[in-house]
Write a new protein. Structure first.
Lengths: 389, 286
């Protein structure tokens, strides 16, 4: 797509035919992303290609690194330099990135990691969709750490959640994972993108204290201490070791513990901001369907078909997968005996739903053969339960 | 004496007073000598501390940045150059010094090392080559000599070592030099030149680890190992008139390459210009 076309087609009125991967790239630009480092991999390559073209147009920088480990490392380095930064990959590359994602969590460096999921494990089937990385996105790196994971289910939502991913990463000084899937990444939809001037952009908090007072990892009073970029007169230390408030390595329990509590608190005390979801028809529902990503498209269709047949089905689409929306799910399912969780894996987010609502209430619908989950499969699960009553 | 006092005052101006000393290194380790040489090189170049970043990976060498009053980052094992690449791209005006051990730079980080050189991005890579993995206790590294004992080579090492400087030359670095922690004036001079180079610059600082590999191989105390560096090394000029046989096992010191090739972030600025020109052209014709 040439820029001329972008300039014309992005006008709010006309809309534009766009791929999910392209929408991700445009969302990044709109969010203020000015650095991308990546390594080609299906089905995420189009994001890199789009940004190789788009970033220099807006004065940003793109680099193709020698592998995914280097890509996430360069992204963290660029963020330390003050740029909003992103990388994009798929399963095999996402696995390689895990150590440095933990570094970003430990050092509290904002960055966005896009994983366009494909069928795994291993090389799997590169062009087939999957939702197999839900647990890896949460627990892929070692050690206890908080993380934010967002999953879009349409092209327009990919744009919006990419912007949101940057905003969360800057607001909470944390890596944020945008968990797409092959269907969303490669699908084309006609979208009307928002007017760039109406997009909310969160900028990293800065400080006015003199450099010698600056504590980049201070635990009080705020849960998210300001992060001043390198090169601006605040010389400090960053490390993946446990560190004190100034960033120097520590083995003191009275320094490790408050830090650990803070990095969890900064996410957990802001759930009302972080948890994104849509719910529909929950109030009088007899059955609840909980879905996300590509599977949410089939789920929505199945819910509509079931309703046409006179069934009372509620639909909860999760856009924030992690932290898991415990209370939202608990509340939505409180009166119900039937919760259907369709996923393109052998049951990953279902484990969380089961934990919250009880295993006996949950009916999993799974598909992990590289095909899109079908509305009919989900409908059958909804009706099966209805009949069983 | 007076010179020594003046120099210790130079170091004091660059060490972090808020950081508790002593440092983590074993008494007699060569890593501190390299740090001293870097500090004096930066001081000699009269760089503003705010414009200097020091980035490291993991290992004994990796602990260097925490002690100095620059913008410092201790990253993950082997990845320092990749982190530094991102920083340099968004802060091209900064002097980014990357310090690594031989395992850090050439085993786990070997891929990043050759690609940073190939790209010729303006980083100063200083590799402290102590021939082993110091921090984890004397396992063999990519520079351990054949025949040496290591904790993971209890019957003798059978792999060829990487010649770091020669490897950097082959990979396309703009500046490559090698010296040792015994030849500290020379080392300091090379580091200063490397920092001043526009492209990717490598200084291999040959050191020793007397507490792990040294002890295992009975190579002696720190001063004795230091003496070996002195006796076992020749200059590039001397090496020119030596046969291959005579050169075997010798540390060749000197500047291996110093060339002007376009630096990566400068080239990227041209990409930005090109992209923006094209954009404005297209908007006009659209
Ligand atoms: C991914 C990973 N693998 C292994 C280690 C363990 N480790 C820590 S330091 C080190 C080797 C250090 O050797 P070198 O890079 O030569 O530096 P030196 O300690 O000799 O200065 C290793 C293997 C690690 N920290 N991370
Ligand atoms: S273990 Fe070896 S390299 Fe590490 S500080 Fe001690 S002497 Fe130096």
């Amino acid at each position: 797509m040439t820029t001329g076309r972008i300039a014309k087609e992005l006008s709010p009125a006309s809309g534009v035919l766009m791929q999910g991967d392209e929408a991700c790239a445009e969302g990044a630009i709109a969010a203020g992303c000015r650095f991308f480092a990546g390594y080609p991999i299906t089905p995420a390559t189009e994001i890199a290609e789009a940004l190789a073209r788009r970033l220099p147009q807006v004065g940003g920088k793109f680099i193709q690194m020698e592998d995914e480990i280097a890509s996430i490392a360069a992204v963290i380095g660029a963020s330390v330099g003050g740029a909003k930064a992103m990388t994009a990959t798929s399963g095999p590359g996402f696995s390689l990135m895990q150590e440095n994602i933990g570094y970003a969590a430990m050092a509290e460096i904002p960055c966005v990691i896009v994983d366009v999921q494909r069928l795994g494990p291993s090389t799997g089937r590169p062009t087939s969709p999957s939702q197999g990385d839900v647990m890896q996105a949460r627990w892929g790196t070692h050690g206890d750490h908080p993380i934010i994971v967002l999953a879009p289910s349409s092209v327009r939502e990919t744009f919006d959640l990419t912007v949101q991913a940057f905003n969360f990463s800057e607001r909470y000084r944390t890596p944020v994972i945008l968990l797409m899937d092959e269907v969303i990444g490669h699908m084309r939809e006609r979208v009307i993108l928002p007017d760039p001037n109406t997009i909310e952009r969160v900028e990293r908090a800065s400080t006015t204290v003199p450099p010698e007072w600056y504590k980049p990892f201070e635990n009080f009073p705020a849960d998210v201490p300001p992060l001043v970029p390198f090169g601006e007169g605040y010389r400090y230390h960053i490390t993946g070791l446990h560190h004190d408030e100034r960033g120097y390595p520590t083995a003191r329990l009275d320094e490790i513990q408050p830090w650990l509590e803070r990095i969890f608190r900064k996410i957990e005390s802001s759930l009302s901001d972080i948890l994104l979801y849509n719910k529909d028809g929950i109030e009088d529902a007899e059955t609840l369907v909980i879905a996300y990503g590509a599977a949410a498209r089939s789920a929505r269709h199945a819910v509509e078909l079931a309703r046409e047949r006179g069934r009372k089905v509620g639909f909860l689409k999760l856009k924030t997968l992690w932290p898991f929306a415990e209370e939202v799910v608990e509340h939505a399912a409180a009166r119900l005996h039937h919760v259907v969780v369709p996923e393109m894996n052998l049951g990953q987010l279902a484990l969380e739903v089961e934990r919250v609502v009880g295993r006996h209430k949950v009916r999993r619908v799974n598909r992990a053969d590289g095909e899109m989950i079908q509305p009919a499969e989900i409908l059958a699960a909804i009706e099966d339960w209805e009949l069983a009553r | 004496m007076r010179r020594q006092r003046r120099e210790s005052r130079v170091h004091e101006r660059y060490l972090r007073h808020s950081k508790k000393f002593p440092n983590i290194w074993c008494a007699g380790c060569g890593i501190g000598i390299v740090l001293g040489a870097i500090i004096r090189a930066v001081d000699g170049l009269q760089l503003d501390k705010d414009d200097v970043a020091m980035i490291s990976g993991i290992g004994c060498t990796g602990r260097m940045p925490v002690y100095v009053d620059f913008n410092t980052m201790h990253t993950t094992h082997g990845r320092a150059l990749a982190f530094a690449t991102g920083l340099k791209m968004v802060r091209p005006e900064m002097k980014v010094i990357v310090v690594m051990g031989d395992g850090d730079a050439l085993a786990i980080g070997g891929n990043h090392f050759i690609h940073a050189a190939r790209r010729n991005i303006g980083l100063t890579a200083i590799v402290v080559n102590n021939l082993t993995y110091g921090m984890t206790g004397g396992q063999y590294s990519p520079t351990t000599p054949i025949g040496a004992l290591a904790t993971t080579a209890p019957y003798g090492h059978i792999e060829q070592p990487f010649p770091i400087a020669e490897l950097a030359v082959a990979a396309g670095a703009a500046f490559v030099a090698r010296s040792t922690v015994y030849h500290v004036r020379e080392l300091e001079k090379y580091i200063a030149r490397a920092i001043n180079v526009e492209g990717f610059a490598v200084v291999e600082a040959v050191s020793y680890c007397h507490t792990t590999l040294g002890r295992l191989n009975r190579w002696g105390t720190a001063p004795e190992m230091m003496r070996r560096l002195k006796e076992n090394s020749v200059t590039l000029k001397q090496a020119e008139s030596m046969s291959e046989e005579e050169k075997r096992g010798k540390i060749v010191r000197g500047i291996f390459v110093e060339q002007e090739i376009p630096e990566y972030t400068r080239l990227y600025d041209r990409i930005i210009e090109r992209a923006q020109q094209r954009t404005s052209l297209q908007v006009e014709t659209a």
